[in-house]
Design a protein around this ligand. Structure first.
Ligand code: ACO
Length: 309
């Protein structure tokens, strides 16, 4: 019986069809999905912090409204993704506990500080730009609830990317000080943005299996290349320099050649030793503990409703 189920699963993957929560799936497939979708959800929620840092200091009502909407969207993305993970049999409470005690990861990028207002623009342009490159292919991932969540998330991410680019363009048309702020911010975020795609393919333990299962449809290096090719003309449009002396167009490959990020720094950040890891997790833990009474009250209320029904 198990063999037949396995065959059915493999046939679904082979014809690029989707698995749904009630379908039989190998334990490894389920585990990989829980790992990746939870990590993705945590990234959305932790990612609210660096930008949330600027809501109270946005320079105009318009900028504040855009930033608020954007940060709220990230909360929504986290919730769709936690819901997708719940269809695999893990509750949101369990996932949050795993995040705050360090058993699950979130994206390295959110462990860097936001030091100037230009960072709001740079995060939209580069970080959300990288997220779009990574997430558009995930709309066709083999697990239905994840792919469907990605369709909506990607639509909102394109708005985020546009607002970032527009913010930076406005600053680049401003004073010399504003232009320098943008360049300084791009210099800080460029390499961490390249790290978002994960380690080079040769050092990525999960890629081969995740591609065979149709969870990932492109490798980390393929998507990193796509991001660089997409971003270089945008940088020219903005009038900023990308801080990589090895960056140049290679006509033979039809792609840009570029340098490698500092992979030792990446390893340190992923292990929890980046500039803001402790602060990000402490903040999340505090919010979780402060919200305990709300969860308890909601549970008590639901129990009462059930009793009287
Ligand atoms: N930050 C933190 N951890 C990372 C990162 C990163 N940028 N890249 C890779 N890792 C981790 C992996 O989770 C894995 O660790 P684990 O096995 O302990 O879970 C390890 O490094 C090795 O990497 P890979 O074998 O390449 O892992 P994987 O196949 O999962 O690929 C990737 C990593 C590309 C990030 C993939 O998980 C993915 O596409 N995730 C969905 C997108 C996502 O999470 N985006 C969040 C940031 S975007 C945003 O929120 C705006």
């Amino acid at each position: 019986h198990e063999d037949e189920l396995q065959e059915l699963f493999e046939a679904t993957i082979a014809r690029h069809d989707r698995l749904e929560p009630r379908d039989w799936m190998p334990e490894g497939y389920r585990r990989t999905l829980v790992r990746q979708i939870a990590q993705h959800a945590h990234s959305e929620i932790i990612g609210m912090q660096p930008e949330g840092n600027w809501i109270g200091r946005a320079p105009s009502l318009r900028r504040k409204a855009v930033l608020l909407a954007k940060v709220q969207d990230e909360a929504g993305h986290g919730l769709y993704l936690y819901s997708a993970t719940e269809t695999l049999g893990v509750s949101r409470d369990e996932l949050t506990e795993m995040l705050i005690d360090g058993r699950q990861k979130y994206s390295s990028i959110f462990n860097y500080p936001t030091l100037s207002y230009a960072d709001v623009g740079t995060i939209g342009w580069l970080v959300d730009g990288a997220a779009i490159c990574n997430q558009v292919p995930l709309c066709r991932t083999s697990f239905g609830p994840y792919g469907r969540a990605m369709i909506r998330v990607c639509k909102e991410e394109s708005f985020h990317q546009r607002q970032g680019f527009e913010l930076l363009m406005t600053m680049m048309r401003g004073t010399e000080e504003q232009q320098a702020m943008v360049q300084e911010s791009v210099d800080r975020f460029w390499w961490p943005a390249l790290m978002m795609f994960g380690p080079p393919d040769a050092d990525s333990p999960n890629t081969a299996q995740s591609m065979a299962w149709g969870i990932k449809t492109h490798t980390n290096d393929e998507l990193r290349q796509k991001f660089v090719d997409m971003t270089v003309p945008q940088a020219a449009r903005l009038g900023v320099t990308l801080p990589d002396p090895d960056l140049r167009w290679n006509p033979e490959r039809g792609h840009h050649d570029f340098g490698q990020p500092d992979w030792q720094e990446f390893a340190r950040v992923v292990k929890g030793h980046g500039p803001c890891n402790a602060q990000r997790v402490a903040h999340r833990r505090q919010a979780w503990e402060d919200g305990a009474w709300v969860r308890e009250a909601a549970t008590a209320y639901a129990a009462k409703q059930e009793e009287s029904a």
